[in-house]
Every structure is written in structure tokens, then in C-alpha cells.
Unconditional design. Structure first.
Length: 198
């Protein structure tokens, strides 16, 4: 008697055992998984606009890691999803072609030098969730003329396009593309920006 064959079952089992390939939308990113959350560590895609995924392999993307998009000159737009809470140091450093960035409304921290030398940025909107902006986060952004801060933000404020802490005692960042004539509020006692001459 010939042995029975079960081709459908074998195909099904082979499919289960085969490693799952990431969707093409994920293939352009490198990432790490730790404690069931994802950190984007690199980008292998081409020029143009990038939407960072909110999930990969079923896990939430919570961080854009250090140097993840470092010197990606051809990147011209990026959307950071609401799942992300942290933008790492130098995450978008040197992205000179970047003209538009949408920061998700769960981001808490923007790291040191995160957007430094993004010459094409003209305006940045800081969501209500952000409580920490690192040193030189927007330094060298020579076209940046305006910071807007969501009115719900309890930590930061914008006055005339300049970024302050909420109490207006610390000048966090003066946009590099703004006209140099600006009346600094009398309440300011500390300056964190370094690259501009006021």
C-alpha cells in the first residue's frame, strides 16, 4: 500500500515554520525590540517623505533612536507617529533637505542635537506632551523662523516664534532664520540657545 500524502497539510506547516517577512513599509527601517517595544535605529530608504510606522511586527514603535536618520540629506518630510515618546540624540542630525516634520502628540523628549543642521526647516510645532528638549536640538537650522507650542503644553511656550520654558524664565531656542531684532521678555534669566547672536 502506498503511503498517504497530505500536500495541503505539508504546505500549511511549511508556511507556519517559515520566517515571516516584514511588509515592504517596514523593510526600509532597521530597529531593535526590547521589552515588547520598538526603537527605530536606522533608515535605508530613498529620498522624499517618510512616515515612521506606529507598529512593527505587532509591537509599538516608541523611540526614534540615536543617529537613526543621521545625515539623510535627501529626506524632505517626516511624520513621527503618536506611539513615539522619545526622539534620540542626533536622530535627524544633518538632514539638510528636511522641510517638514510632524511630531506626534505623545513625544515627551527631544534629544541633544536631534534636528541640528536641518537647514530646510522653516517652522516646528511642539506638541503638548513635550517636556524636555535637549541641548542644540535645533541648532544650525538656518531657515527656521518660528516655533509653535501647543497651548496644552505645561512645560514650554512660544512668544513671537521663540521657544521658552512655560514660566518664560529660560530661552530654550531662538530660531536661526528669524530676524535678529527681538525683544526678550524681562523675566528671562537663562539662555540655553548658543548658535544665534541676538
Amino acid at each position: 500500500m502506498k503511503p498517504q500524502r497530505y500536500p495541503n497539510i505539508l504546505i500549511f506547516l511549511a508556511a507556519l515554520l517559515a520566517p515571516a517577512l516584514p511588509p515592504s513599509a517596514w523593510a526600509q527601517f532597521t530597529f531593535t525590540t526590547n521589552n515588547d517595544v520598538i526603537t527605530i535605529t536606522g533608515y535605508n530608504g530613498g529620498a522624499g517623505y517618510v512616515a515612521i510606522p506606529s507598529t512593527i511586527n505587532g509591537y509599538p514603535v516608541t523611540s526614534v533612536g540615536t543617529n537613526a536618520f543621521y545625515n539623510r540629506f535627501a529626506l524632505n518630510g517626516v511624520t513621527i507617529p503618536n506611539s513615539v515618546t522619545n526622539i534620540g540624540d542626533e536622530a535627524f542630525y544633518g538632514c539638510s533637505g528636511l522641510t517638514n516634520v510632524t511630531i506626534g502628540n505623545s513625544v515627551i523628549s527631544i534629544g541633544n542635537d536631534a534636528f541640528q543642521y536641518c537647514y530646510g526647516l522653516t517652522t516646528v510645532t511642539i506638541p503638548g506632551s513635550v517636556s524636555n528638549i535637549g541641548n542644540r536640538a535645533f541648532a544650525g537650522c538656518s531657515s527656521l523662523a518660528n516655533f509653535t507650542v501647543n497651548v496644552t503644553n505645561p512645560s514650554l511656550a512660544s512668544v513671537g516664534g521663540v521657544l521658552f520654558n512655560e514660566a518664560l524664565t529660560t530661552l530654550v531656542e531662538f530660531p536661526g532664520g528669524m530676524a535678529r531684532k527681538y525683544a526678550i521678555p524681562d523675566s528671562v534669566t537663562t539662555f540655553l540657545c548658543w548658535q544665534q547672536t541676538l
